[in-house]
Design a protein around this ligand. Structure first.
Ligand SMILES: [Zn+2]
Length: 314
């Protein structure tokens, strides 16, 4: 009886999420700071007028946020409580101390999100939805929120499976969600960090220059850097690319380069429209060739000089 009470107490303590106001304030604070910082120290030259593009991205984001509220929240949050109450899933079976369980859960959620991200590129039905995110002609903090609401809807079963199979309780779920938000806002931002700082960060977390390569119009570059938090997963799967100087990256998807093709109504209709081959420009060429400047060295330059072979250069 006493043991049952103790277990219930542990369960109750464990079920406490990060308070909504705290994670909301952290995410909003990070967003506001990045929006200001990226206007002061831009990393890439914008193609579209910033205000118009940001408002369009925020409109797409509002529909996605509503979808998550209606479809994901009522499924995933009760599931996380049930997983913890019934001790279901990998982490619950391991009965780890809380200080270890929460970071391990966040890391495993991050890894399984890497797998989902690969699927959104590899499965044609999912790419139809994910392409809306990639068709942004520029990359900035608002791109991090620009996902088609249908992509959010079809990700709910995956998210539920992550929580149930990994045994992710409410606290770990809210910690991961808050960290993920901060991370995606950061690495989509158009913020020019000192290259030396990015070289120090990129062995651990995804950075703006690294994720910029994933948003390139060149398919071999887009098919890399799928991590959303820790870069460990790209290293494990040998999908990390740091050898492209940012100033050689053109952001977008070749098939959707025309600004008239990426207006708000066209974006919302994009998954249901006829899909041209994504990585072929309408004129037929496969990339922009050598038109971009090469003045910025790739992130991997110093590392390659100091320890040749550490960086994979596909
Ligand atoms: Zn992607």
């Amino acid at each position: 009886m006493r043991r049952h009470a103790a277990r219930t107490r542990r369960g109750t303590a464990g079920s406490r999420r990060i308070p909504g106001w705290l994670s909301g304030a952290l995410v909003l604070g990070a967003f506001a700071a990045l929006v200001v910082a990226e206007t002061r120290r831009p990393l890439r030259r914008p193609v579209e007028p910033k205000l118009r593009r940001d408002l369009r991205n925020l409109a797409v984001a509002a529909l996605s946020a509503a979808t998550l509220q209606v479809l994901e929240k009522p499924v995933v949050e009760p599931l996380a409580r049930a997983v913890e109450r019934r001790r279901f899933g990998l982490l619950q079976w391991l009965r780890l101390p809380r200080w270890l369980e929460v970071p391990l859960a966040a890391a495993l959620m991050d890894y399984t999100l890497y797998l989902w991200h690969v699927l959104t590129h590899r499965v044609p039905f999912l790419w139809r939805l994910h392409v809306v995110h990639h068709a942004d002609l520029d990359l900035s903090a608002t791109t991090a929120l620009r996902f088609h609401c249908a992509e959010m809807a079809v990700s709910v079963p995956w998210r539920a499976a992550q929580v149930a199979l990994l045994g992710v309780g409410p606290r770990a779920l809210s910690v991961w969600q808050t960290l993920l938000f901060a991370s995606i806002l950061f690495h989509h931002s158009n913020l020019r960090l000192p290259a030396r700082l990015e070289r120090r960060l990129v062995p651990f977390i995804v950075t703006p220059r690294m994720h910029g390569i994933h948003h390139s119009v060149v398919q071999a570059e887009t098919d890399s850097n799928w991590s959303s938090g820790l870069t460990l997963w790209d290293r494990l799967h040998r999908t990390l690319r740091l050898d492209v100087p940012q100033e050689r990256v053109t952001i977008g998807v070749p098939a959707w380069r025309d600004p008239a093709a990426v207006t708000l109504p066209r974006l919302l209709a994009m998954p249901f429209a006829r899909q041209p081959p994504s990585f072929v420009f309408p004129a037929g060429q496969r990339d922009f060739g050598d038109c971009a400047s090469r003045s910025e060295p790739p992130l991997s330059a110093r590392r390659r000089r100091s320890s040749a072979g550490l960086q994979r250069a596909p």
